[in-house]
Design a protein around this ligand. Structure first.
Ligand code: NAD
Ligand code: UD1
Length: 341
């Protein structure tokens, strides 16, 4: 089975490509490299001992996409390609809607032209917005995320729902990721943010390796156990395997049409202080930090109810927090400058 992976050179995409190859799927990666390096694909090929077809291109370029569908007999698409920096999305919202919403519509149109119906979408816990209580369950109504990034994910979920209503052949899965962290245990592929990291773990790892002076902890006065925000962190290889589980599910359910959402998380919340402690334990070194003001838009605490993915996809996040920290550190210490080094 041949899978087109858009955004496959990125953080989650590269780990998923590896899992796909390990599970005997053939992979074509389509990526414009706006936030990634082709080096990630070379390393995935080495780890898997298999070849990946790579096409550099933008999902908004329908002619180029169409050529890819003509050249390769694609059976399914896993769609990671998107811009993902929440803060940046408030500065350049039009780029986010263009890339994430319009780009997805272009991809879906080209898929329809080429009669490819299996589609897995990178959604996010952010679609639950501020309106829902935790833990988040798939049966909840989608919320109103505060950022254009979050809104773009809600919009695409709506596009998929409408497409499924209109096209009885469409078979879509929205995977709502919680907070993926960590790296492949080889330490050769991992998260390589450009510039100052927006997310917690890359920041902590860069403090540990000496690239940043100290971590700013965004608020310690939240209504949580220790006052810092709680999130559902899951290992990126568990998340990668969630995509294989979703593809296997589509293959097992040949009668299925429509669109189905699944939360991918561990079901546990961990605070920022607890993350810092766990990282210190893993590397046996102190992480310098200071408490700074709250970050706009942060919610105090959220985590997944992952029962649906457990039961229907036979998927469970099994790697421990300790393993997430160790693997983050192996990647960061072996590659202090990411893929550039
Ligand atoms: P990433 O930036 O590492 O990967 C995205 C990839 O898409 C990059 O390789 C980038 O070059 C590519 N890309 C972006 N725009 C493109 C376009 N127009 N055409 C072709 N390629 C394009 O991000 P990631 O963390 O791997 O996230 C992957 C997906 O998962 C995204 O859709 C993101 O919104 C979603 N997601 C991520 C997280 C997270 O915490 N990392 C959480 C929830 C959802
Ligand atoms: C963020 C996005 C979310 C997106 C996800 C993955 C916001 C409000 N939410 O989730 O929409 O899907 O990234 O890209 O941006 N923290 C610090 N110091 C730091 C960085 C983070 O204290 O330097 C704290 C944050 O306040 C938060 C926790 O660490 O409580 C996790 O932050 P982060 O990794 O950015 O993830 P989310 O905010 O959960």
């Amino acid at each position: 089975m041949k899978v087109l992976v858009t955004g496959g050179a990125g953080y989650i995409g590269s780990h998923t490509v590896l899992s796909l190859l390990e599970n005997n799927y053939d992979v074509v990666v389509y990526d414009n490299l706006v936030n990634s390096s082709i080096e990630s694909i070379d390393r995935v090929e080495k780890l898997a001992g298999k070849k990946v077809e790579f096409v550099e291109g933008d999902i908004c370029n329908k002619d180029k996409l169409s050529q890819v569908f003509k050249q390769f007999k694609i059976d399914a698409v896993i769609h990671f390609a998107a811009l993902k920096a929440v803060g940046e999305s408030t500065q350049i919202p039009l780029s986010y809607y263009q890339n994430n919403v319009h780009g997805t519509v272009c991809l879906l149109e080209v898929m329809q032209q080429h009669k490819v119906h299996n589609f897995i979408f990178s959604s996010s816990a952010t679609v639950y917005g501020e309106e829902n209580d935790v833990p988040y369950v798939e049966t909840m109504k989608l919320g109103t995320p505060s950022s254009p990034y979050g809104a773009s994910k809600v919009m695409v979920e709506r596009v998929l729902a409408d497409l499924a209503l209109s096209d009885p052949n469409f078979r879509g899965v929205s995977l709502r990721y919680f907070n993926p962290i960590g790296a492949h245990e080889s330490g050769t592929i991992g998260e390589d943010p450009k510039g100052i990291p927006n997310n917690l773990l890359p920041y902590v790892a860069q403090v540990a390796v000496g690239k940043r002076d100290k971590l700013g902890i965004f608020g310690d006065d939240y209504p949580t156990k220790d006052g810092t925000c709680e999130r559902d962190y899951l290992h990126v290889m568990d998340l990668a395997q969630g995509h294989v589980a979703a593809l296997d599910w589509l293959n097992r359910h040949s009668e299925f049409s429509g669109v189905e959402a699944f939360n991918l998380g561990t079901g546990n919340g961990t605070s920022v202080f607890a993350i810092v402690k766990a990282f210190e334990l893993a590397i046996n070194k102190e992480i310098k930090f200071e408490v700074s003001p709250r970050r706009a838009g942060d919610l105090p605490a959220f985590w997944a109810n992952a029962n649906k993915a457990n039961q229907q996809l036979n998927w469970q996040a099994s790697r421990t927090l300790e393993k997430m920290m160790e693997d983050t550190w192996r990647w960061q210490s072996n590659n202090p400058n990411g893929y550039l080094a």
